[in-house]
Design a protein around this ligand. Structure first.
Ligand code: GAP
Length: 520
């Protein structure tokens, strides 16, 4: 089948603009409430984006809940009582530094404003140090050029009044993590009083970000996928499956090497012995890295585990590595997830604030379990899929998504809309639809249809033509190589499964089709 030639980037737009255009035009995501002008930091997932997001979430769920028989998922409310955030410390500490223009009164996130102007990392500095940097470097309001006011802290939680009196103050949760801490006592009892055990949540979190920018990256309403693992702190240097990871090499960017962006490749065993990273922590770092490199198939050089020093770490963390991916659209490595050792900060805080005893008794020991948290921002990971798998070729643009996350796995193309070909195509569509996410693409030239599916990352296409009616074969097309093989329709499902599982090379799946020069 001939393929239509097209310049992918005729206007020379940058990658960010191109992806955003494809995302909104094709139905991945677009600003929420767009017809009313939209608000920064709120986005709608369209029909393709919802599938991409669910695809990622399902991979995450299968992989991380599959790490132990004692890991489970729970689901909870987004609105929580004020007391929860007194106990967790968010009311006091969950702040970003804010500066305001003395004239136009526009408000900015002070650390971002300084970083943009001076190209330096100011994470962890207090309000006085940030104010001094603004004053010393004569930084002015980026909108109107007037002086900026003293930096102060701004709490990022959304407060709400619940009930008719308006006196009951509640908050939208700023992280999904609090749900497992609140459920801990019940689940510990229900799960036969054993640790370690893990509780995961895939759910919404809400943050009143001062200046949500970078398009789809810093949001005010977003989804997190987080796993809280409750364990005995005396056993932090033990990991059940250590032998499986001890020789696995982690890609670390240590705090001392951040400026030079140096990567240290070091085995888990070496990280434990030389860097004193506890085995339980190193094991989980390895699993997170394997998720990105082996399950999602991201290139190793785009991935790093970045250590945060004491000043940069979140207020609840004792040991903190962020997972960062190098994205062209965001100008370098950016955080998409984190491995956090939260100690007994949260359970301890909730015990104190609620008066409930959250200690456990294991053998003759009584203690508050510690928590290791694997925390992922789903939307940022969706954006990372769009960035890292986007490709431009001379005649097309495509997303090389793995089939496991692709919104559509197989497109079915009736070559013409007559002579029983639509009916036969429908039959094939129904059969494939039992196993795969399928789409019937029956309008426009065949070359244009291929391009359309490439553009949204559909890995396979099945074309039904006149020969199909005679010999029950179809043309199977591979998105990445654009190669085509002729396959018996009855073999399509098992062959596609094998190709996806990398048990069968695409070219060996059938008789290779030598493309006709023009066939439209
Ligand atoms: N429970 C720990 C926690 O919430 P975090 O580093 O504040 O830690 C975890 O957030 C992840 O959530 C981040 O790595 C990021 O992927 C995502 N995230 C945080 N703030 C976000 C925002 N404003 N918009 C989109 N994703 C965000």
């Amino acid at each position: 089948m001939a393929e239509e030639k097209k310049q992918p980037n005729p206007k020379g737009n940058n990658k960010n603009d191109i992806i955003m255009t494809i995302a909104s035009k094709r139905g991945f995501f677009y600003p929420s409430a767009e017809i009313y002008g939209a608000k920064a930091g709120f986005w709608t997932y369209g029909h393709l984006g919802t599938r991409l997001k669910h695809g990622w979430e399902n991979l995450w769920r299968n992989f991380f809940l599959g790490l132990s028989k004692s890991y489970f998922e729970i689901d909870d409310c987004n609105i929580m009582p004020k007391k929860v955030f007194e106990g967790s410390g968010h009311l006091k500490h969950f702040n970003d530094p804010l500066t305001e223009c003395s004239k136009c009164h526009f408000r900015f996130r002070a650390d971002q404003l300084i970083e943009d102007a001076m190209h330096t990392n100011v994470g962890g500095l207090d309000e006085n140090a940030l104010t001094k940097l603004i004053d010393d470097n004569k930084l002015l309001c980026p909108r109107c050029g007037s002086n900026l006011m003293h930096v102060r802290w701004f709490n990022m939680m959304f407060e709400m009044k619940v009930g008719a009196t308006g006196e009951d103050i509640m908050y939208l949760r700023p992280e999904s993590a609090q749900s497992p801490y609140l459920a801990f006592k019940r689940e510990f009892e229900a799960l036969r009083k054993k640790i370690p055990f893990g509780l995961a949540v895939i759910g919404k979190a809400f943050r009143n970000e001062i200046s949500p920018r970078q398009g789809f990256f810093r949001l005010r309403e977003f989804t997190q996928a987080e796993l809280q693992i409750f364990f005995d702190p005396d056993k932090i240097n033990e990991a059940e499956n250590w032998d499986f990871v001890k020789n696995y090499k982690l890609r670390l960017c240590l705090a001392k090497d951040l400026k030079e962006e140096k990567i240290t490749e070091i085995t888990c065993e070496e990280a434990n012995k030389e860097l004193k990273i506890p085995k339980f922590y190193a094991y989980n770092m390895a699993k997170v890295q394997q998720f990105y490199l082996e399950i999602l198939g991201m290139p190793a050089e785009k991935f790093r585990l970045r250590e945060l020093d004491e000043k940069e770490r979140a207020f609840y963390n004792k040991l903190h590595f962020d997972i960062e991916l190098n994205m062209d659209t965001l100008g370098g490595f950016k955080e998409v997830a984190g491995v956090h050792y939260r100690t007994n900060h949260d359970l301890g805080g909730h015990q104190e604030c609620s008066g409930e005893n959250l200690e456990v008794v294991i053998g003759d020991k009584r203690f508050i379990p510690h928590v290791l948290e694997l925390s992922f921002g789903v939307d940022r990971n969706v954006w990372a899929l769009m960035d890292l798998f986007y490709k431009e070729e001379t005649e097309r643009t495509l997303f090389t998504f793995p089939a496991s996350v692709a919104p559509i796995e197989v497109a079915v193309y009736p070559l013409v809309n007559k002579d029983n070909i639509p009916e036969y195509s429908n039959e094939v569509y129904e059969r494939l639809g039992k196993e795969f996410k399928v789409f019937m693409d029956d309008s426009g030239s065949i070359g244009r249809r291929y391009r359309r599916q490439d553009e949204i990352g559909t890995p396979f296409g099945v074309t039904i033509d006149y020969d199909s009616l005679n010999d029950n074969t179809a043309t199977l097309r591979d998105r990445d190589s654009m190669k085509q093989v002729r396959v018996n329709v009855n073999d399509l499902i098992p062959k596609l499964k094998k190709i996806i599982a990398k048990e069968l090379e695409f070219e060996k799946a059938g008789t290779l089709v030598v493309k006709a020069a023009k066939e439209e």
